[in-house]
Design a protein around this ligand. Structure first.
Ligand code: CP
Ligand code: NVA
Length: 310
């Protein structure tokens, strides 16, 4: 075990590089076990509650399947059906669920609400995406980059597009692991200052580098990985038209890809919009690892649940 039993996983700033490395290593190990048909059930008899206030394909299915494969089970809980959605206090919900479950995964809008839930729960709480962070995605992404590039240190990752939850978590994760991350986002859509500053401080200590630019060409130059995400995240649907205009020069297409290293890897957390943030020939082309990346959600989260709930 990697000594993380009982911990929450709310944001990557709570984790050290050696803790993240241990989790990624365990992810590689559990993937191998799974591929060789080996049964590994450290969570027998355990239950994960999965609270969703936003839609999900990958997060829901990978957590639920992952729990089952580890010998436990996942319960899907929609806030539409929970009393939480009718105003039951977050703290009461945390206390009650702590009496039934062995862990909670939550996807919602407010990072503060997730922190409040965790503060009042006596069981591990895992952030399955908020408006601010998506740490589980980045854990799987780091595992994927290790698979493809053979390591993380010194790898240049260019994130092109919205300074959103993905940009924030990638920035922190890359900084912790000593990577070079360059975020290209239009003025007004760049990551929150407090988070970029935090990432820069972490990078200064790890030997990594964090850059924020409004120039996608600069970010893409000599990149090992080019990453993008939707221009309008869940909850921002009404801004779609305005955002399409703001991000018009931030599309990942073959021209942008040609500025990166020859063996550049294209990544996207999915769901994707072909013809908007990425062209079809890029996401469906030979540089893309998006489905490997999506599959790794399963392995990375099995590692996380084994470490936290085991
Ligand atoms: N990437 C990701 O979190 O996908 P879902 O929204 O389908 O869970
Ligand atoms: N930024 C996107 C990520 C989806 C996995 C969103 O929040 O909708």
């Amino acid at each position: 075990s990697v000594g993380l039993s009982g911990r929450d996983f709310l944001k990557l700033t709570d984790y050290s590089s050696s803790e993240l490395s241990d989790l990624i290593e365990l992810g590689h190990d559990l993937k191998k076990k799974q591929k060789s048909g080996k049964v590994f059930e450290p969570l027998q008899g355990k239950t994960l509650g999965m609270i969703f206030e936003k839609s999900s394909t990958r997060t829901r299915v990978s957590f639920e399947t992952g729990m089952y494969q580890l010998g436990g089970m996942g319960i899907f809980l929609s806030t539409n059906d929970l009393q939480l959605g009718r105003g039951e206090p977050v703290a009461d919900t945390a206390n009650v669920l702590s009496g039934y479950l062995d862990g909670i995964m939550i996807r919602t809008y407010s990072q503060a609400m997730v922190q409040e839930l965790a503060a009042n729960a006596s069981i591990p709480v895992i952030n399955g995406l908020t408006d601010v962070y998506h740490p589980c995605q980045v854990l799987a992404d780091l595992q994927t980059i290790e698979e493809v590039k053979g390591g993380l240190e010194g790898v240049k990752l260019a994130f092109i597009g919205d300074g959103n939850n993905m940009a924030n978590s990638l920035m922190i994760g890359a900084a912790i692991m000593g990577m070079h991350i360059s975020i290209a986002a239009p003025e007004g859509y760049q990551p929150e200052n407090a988070i970029s500053k935090k990432a820069a401080l972490i990078a200064a200590a790890s030997g990594g580098k964090v850059e924020i630019t409004a120039n996608p060409v600069h970010a893409a130059e000599k990149a090992d990985v080019i990453y993008t995400d939707v221009w309008a995240s869940m909850g921002q649907e009404s801004e779609s038209k305005v955002r399409e205009q703001a991000f018009a020069d931030f599309q990942v297409n073959s021209k942008l890809l040609s500025l990166a290293k020859k063996d550049v890897t294209f990544m996207h957390c999915l769901p994707a919009h072909r013809g908007e943030e990425v062209m079809a020939d890029v996401i469906d082309g030979k540089h893309s690892v998006v489905f490997q990346q999506a599959e790794n959600r399963l392995h990375a989260q099995k590692a996380l649940m084994t470490a936290l709930m085991g």
